[in-house]
Write a protein that binds this ligand. Structure first.
Ligand SMILES: [Zn+2]
Length: 97
């Protein structure tokens, strides 16, 4: 995987500015609130910063790094992670007829 460690916008490559921090502790608290269950301590979550591109206004995580394997092993087994229905599925089905 290519990591964005240069603080450049992934869309236009201009410099981003720091707009807020997204700490590991904050992410765990948000997950616990959302799933009504404390995530296991063994899952690996890193601290992120949220940056905004000065050119195109895109907001992106920094480092631009996917969640860990242990995180996805846990979160994909939570009820509600995968929706049973989404509005766009019906739109696609109608569009293909
Ligand atoms: Zn940009």
């Amino acid at each position: 995987m290519i990591k964005n460690v240069s603080n450049q916008c992934p869309v236009c490559s201009h410099k981003g500015i720091h707009i807020r921090s997204l700490s590991q502790k904050n992410i765990i608290t948000e997950l616990e609130d959302y799933f009504a269950e404390k995530p296991p301590e063994k899952i690996e979550i890193i601290d992120y910063k949220i940056k905004q591109c000065k050119n195109c206004s895109l907001e992106y995580a920094f480092p631009l790094e996917a969640g860990s394997e242990s995180f996805y092993q846990w979160v994909t087994t939570r009820p509600g992670y995968y929706p049973e229905s989404r509005w766009e599925w019906l739109a696609v089905i109608r569009g293909n007829k």
